[in-house]
Design a protein around this ligand. Structure first.
Ligand SMILES: NC(=O)C1=CN([C@@H]2O[C@H](COP(=O)(O)OP(=O)(O)OC[C@H]3O[C@@H](n4cnc5c(N)ncnc54)[C@H](O)[C@@H]3O)[C@@H](O)[C@H]2O)C=CC1
Ligand SMILES: O=C(O)[C@@H]1CCC=N1
Length: 279
């Protein structure tokens, strides 16, 4: 199987590195292109056998699966580059939420899928959110998921919920890291503990909490209940957190969804000349 990546920025190169490190793909199965060619070339130079191409059409040549790892507003240009060369048996995979399956199916005759990865896939962890176009047969879905399984847990989702599931799975690492950073900074400020030490302890705590939630079979509410002894220290601090963060995640979700609608409107104008409503 040959796999292409158009766009070797943060996510394109992260996926390539994870697929290679996990043994899912060897460099000789991979072709890359990027708007700034030296960036694609620099990546290919690190992996003997990887093919760096000057054009997106060149990267698509001979690929069974082609990941499109560019930003939403760059999609139309990439699709225009690929339209004349893609064959019906090739599969393209968009990794961004505001580009709809219908946008891609309207332009391309090949198989179309959307997979929203997460930075957690770099350490072969977290989910990859899968949405399939009409021409994806069961064997195509199985082939794609077999690849994704090396670095993630593939989850099929309804396209209408793409944004909220992306918030949880793909933006979540940034949100949780932000909260952790605030916790660590406060610890340094309030007590004088070394930042490195505080961060090491907090990171180990986050990993352990994640394991309790996944492998340990506990819910977030159960963890709180077990840690917060009635009348104890944690209970008092949890009360403060409930009071102070009340509604903040509702606002956060409204913010991501408003930005999503903005991007979707622009992408829709680029693809079909009019806006469409979306989640
Ligand atoms: N960063 C993350 O954690 C996640 C990102 N995504 C999605 O991945 C996509 C890419 O994001 P990043 O990698 O963070 O962005 P990035 O800006 O780091 O990478 C985009 C790359 O695409 C290249 N590019 C732009 N136009 C091009 C064209 N016409 N032809 C070829 N290459 C072109 C740019 O030179 C750049 O290297 C976005 O749509 C984002 O929504 C999805 C899930 C998670
Ligand atoms: O297109 C998206 O929604 C992804 C999730 C994180 C960043 N970009």
């Amino acid at each position: 199987m040959n796999v292409g990546f158009i766009g070797t920025g943060t996510m394109g190169s992260l996926l390539i590195e994870a697929f290679i490190a996990s043994g899912a793909l060897s460099p000789s199965q991979i072709a890359v292109s990027n708007r700034t060619f030296p960036k694609a070339k620099a990546l290919a130079d690190r992996y003997l056998g990887m093919r760096a191409e000057y054009t997106n059409a060149g990267a698509a040549y001979g690929c069974d699966i082609l990941f499109l790892c560019v930003k939403p507003l760059e999609f139309k240009k990439v699709v225009d580059d690929l339209k004349p060369v893609l064959k019906p048996n090739q599969m393209i995979v968009s990794i961004t939420s505001p580009v709809l399956i219908s946008h891609l199916e309207g332009e391309l005759k090949c198989k179309v899928a959307k997979v929203i990865p997460s930075i957690t896939n770099y350490v072969w962890s977290g989910a990859s959110l899968c949405i399939y176009g009409k021409s994806m047969q069961e064997e195509d879905k199985a082939r794609l998921e077999a690849l994704l399984t090396h670095i993630s847990e593939p989850l099929c989702i309804d396209e209408d919920y793409t944004r909220i599931v992306s918030d949880l799975s793909s933006c979540g690492p940034a949100f949780i890291s932000f909260l952790l950073e605030q916790f660590v900074e406060a610890a340094v400020e309030e007590t004088g503990i070394g930042r490195q030490e505080a961060q090491r302890v907090a990171s180990a705590m986050l990993l352990g909490t994640g394991l309790l939630l996944t492998e340990g079979g506990l819910t977030p509410a159960e963890i709180q209940e077990r840690v917060a002894v009635p009348g104890g220290i944690t209970a008092k601090a949890l009360n403060l957190l409930r009071r102070e963060t009340n509604g903040v995640f509702n606002q956060l979700i409204r913010t991501t969804h408003a930005k999503f609608r903005e991007d979707l409107a622009k992408v829709s104008v680029a693809f079909i000349g009019e806006e469409v409503n979306g989640q």
